[in-house]
Ligand binder design. Structure first.
Ligand code: NI
Length: 276
């Protein structure tokens, strides 16, 4: 089965046909989906989607554009959510210096705060990082690298393992940086890379290099729907049903069958998020 590790079915783009679309996923081999928190308003919608569908799971957290809403009260609500067995991660959290909707120092403080919550609750993080490569790396090294709180809690794993991360730290969602940096995120820090529709774009040379260079054991599948639909739907509303195009593109880059990509990425997603 295919696991879509990053959806926003709470988004208003799905208001007209949400039920029909989500209802069609399982018969089309999309076995599990993880709906990811973004705005304050997305959180109650994700709670009700999780209640309604047994194969819809959630991550709770605020996107860097939205951290103006991250009050102590809201953080308390998110902490409560972590007791729900269907809430598998904290996210999406991180830094966005492309839109720069919130001041960078505030973004960094909110990022650290939400990582601390994840560490406290034993959950992995779903990271959004756009045009903020240096600061993202600095914060992740501080929180998960040598001498970090993570190490104090879990000890340190052997670096450089090619069999994939042995720890449940998190995923670099919609990974957009270089292949060189991908080695650091994966093989030094033990994070997964979330790969989606962009890998099918003709001009997306960088992400194709990243996928070619990264062992499959570090890759999980995601749509980020309604955004970033793969070719041949580029520019249209995205949904999990289009993931086979992403699987096909990864299979070609790795020189393996689509079934192999599906099998390994499913194992990876299960290892990271512990779908019950
Ligand atoms: Ni997203």
């Amino acid at each position: 089965m295919i696991i879509d590790t990053h959806v926003h079915y709470d988004d208003e783009a799905f208001d007209a046909d949400r039920e029909e679309l989500i209802g069609s996923l399982q018969e089309n081999n999309i076995g599990l989906v993880l709906d990811i928190g973004s705005t304050k308003e997305s959180l109650p919608k994700i709670r009700s989607l999780m209640d309604r569908y047994d194969f819809v799971y959630g991550a709770m957290g605020l996107h860097p554009d939205e951290i103006g809403d991250l009050t102590d009260e809201l953080l308390g609500e998110i902490r409560e959510d972590m007791k729900n067995p269907k809430v598998l991660a904290v996210g999406e959290i991180g830094l966005d210096y492309y839109w720069n909707k919130e001041e960078q120092e505030l973004q960094k403080a909110a990022f650290r705060k939400q990582i601390n919550l994840a560490l406290e609750c034993g959950k992995p993080v779903v990271i959004h990082s756009r045009e903020a490569a240096a600061d993202t790396l600095e914060i992740l090294r501080e929180m998960y690298g040598k001498g970090s709180l993570w190490e104090a809690l879990h000890g340190s794993a052997a670096p450089g393992a090619s069999s994939g991360p042995t720890e449940r730290k998190g995923v670099m969602h919609c990974y957009s940086y270089s292949a060189e940096q991908a080695r650091i995120y994966t093989r030094e820090l033990g994070f997964y890379l979330g790969i989606g529709g962009v890998v099918t774009f003709k001009n997306a040379k960088k992400i194709k290099e990243v996928v070619a260079d990264t062992p499959l054991e570090y890759i999980i599948l995601e749509t980020d729907c309604p955004y970033l639909a793969p070719v041949p739907y580029r520019g249209k509303r995205n949904c999990s049903l289009y993931l086979p195009y992403v699987v096909q593109a990864i299979a070609e880059l790795k020189g393996v069958s689509p079934e192999e990509v599906e099998r390994i990425t499913e194992e990876n997603a299960r290892r990271l998020f512990l779908f019950p």
